[in-house]
Design a protein around this ligand. Structure first.
Ligand code: NAD
Length: 246
C-alpha cells in the first residue's frame, strides 16, 4: 500500500469513476465524493478501498464536513481531483441568472471551496490538485456562455493556485477534455454537435473516460514532479484543428 489518499469529486460516474478506479489500481485509497447518493453508493459498493461521501461541492458546510471526515478517517490528503461538474447549454438570450449561478456554483465555486478546505492538509503532504476544466475553456462557441466561462475561470484559478502554493511544494494543474461520452455530454450534445465533433476532431472519436483519467493520474504521479500551473488538453486535436461548433 502507498497509503496515499485521493479525494475525487463527481466520482459516482463518468470521468470521476474512471479516475477512482485508476488510483485504486495503484493502491491509493480514494474518497469518492458525489451529491447523487444512490449512484455513489452503487458505484462504491463494488470498489474496496473507497470511502463514499455524500457532498455537494457548491455548499461550504458540505465541503467542510467532507474534509473534516477525511482527515479524521485518514489523517492526510495527497491529491484532490476537482472533477464534479454540470453543464447547461443555452443560447445567450435564454441564459437566466439562475442557470448561470447553477453552473458557476458547482464548476467554479466547488473547485474553490474544495481547494481551500483541503489546503492545510495538502501543504503538509506536499500534495497536488488536478482540476477538470474543458476544451470549452479555450474555445468559445454558441450555447456555452456559462459553461465555457466557468471552465475558463477554472483554468485561471489553477494557475493562480499553482503560483501561490509553489512555496509549499503543492502542485496544481488542470485537464481540459474534449468530448467524452458521459451522461453530462449526452444531456447537452445535439446530433449537430456530435456530427461536428466526429468530422472535425483529428482523431475522429470521443475520448474515453480512461483517456482523461490517465492524464489526471500522470499529473498526480512523481513523473509530473516539475509540472505545475498547466492546462493539458486531452481532446484528440480538437483545439489544434480549430473546428467550429454549431
Ligand atoms: P457526469 O455527469 O457523468 O459526472 C459528473 C458527476 O458529478 C455526477 O456523478 C454528478 O452527480 C456529480 N456532481 C455534479 N454536481 C455536483 C456537486 N455540486 N457536488 C457533488 N457532485 C456533483 O459528467 P462527466 O462528463 O464525467 O464530467 C466530469 C467533469 O468533466 C466535469 O467537470 C465536466 O464539466 C468535465 N468535462 C466533461 C466533458 C464531456 O464531454 N463529458 C468534456 C469536458 C469537460
Amino acid at each position: 500500500m502507498t497509503n496515499k489518499i485521493a479525494i475525487v469529486t463527481g466520482a459516482a460516474r463518468g470521468i470521476g469513476l474512471a479516475t477512482t478506479k485508476l488510483f485504486l489500481a495503484d493502491n491509493w485509497q480514494v474518497v469518492m465524493v458525489d451529491r447523487d447518493e444512490q449512484e455513489l453508493q452503487h458505484a462504491a459498493a463494488v470498489l474496496p478501498g473507497t470511502l463514499p461521501f455524500m457532498c455537494d461541492v457548491s455548499i461550504p458546510a458540505s465541503v467542510t464536513d467532507l474534509i473534516t471526515t477525511v482527515l479524521s478517517t485518514f489523517g492526510r490528503i495527497d491529491a484532490l481531483i476537482n472533477n464534479a461538474g454540470v453543464a447547461i447549454f443555452k443560447p445567450l438570450e435564454d441564459m437566466d441568472f439562475e442557470a448561470w449561478r447553477t453552473v458557476m456554483a458547482t464548476n467554479l465555486d466547488g473547485v474553490f471551496l474544495c481547494s481551500m478546505a483541503a489546503l492545510p492538509a495538502l501543504k503538509v503532504s506536499h500534495g497536488c490538485i488536478v482540476n477538470i476544466a474543458s476544451i470549452s475553456a479555450v474555445r468559445a462557441s454558441t450555447l456555452r456562455v456559462a459553461y465555457g466561462t466557468s471552465k475558463a475561470a477554472v483554468v485561471h484559478l489553477t494557475k493562480q493556485l499553482a503560483v501561490e502554493l509553489g512555496d509549499y511544494g503543492v502542485r496544481v494543474n488542470c485537464v481540459s477534455p474534449g468530448p467524452v461520452k458521459t451522461k453530462l455530454a449526452e444531456a447537452v450534445h445535439s446530433p449537430e454537435i456530435i456530427k461536428a465533433y466526429y468530422d472535425g476532431i483529428p482523431l475522429h472519436r470521443s475520448a474515453t473516460e480512461l483517456d482523461i483519467a490517465e492524464t489526471i493520474f500522470f499529473l498526480c504521479s512523481p513523473k509530473a514532479a516539475y509540472v505545475t500551473g498547466q492546462m493539458i488538453a486531452v481532446d484528440g486535436g480538437f483545439d489544434a484543428a480549430g473546428i467550429g461548433l454549431p
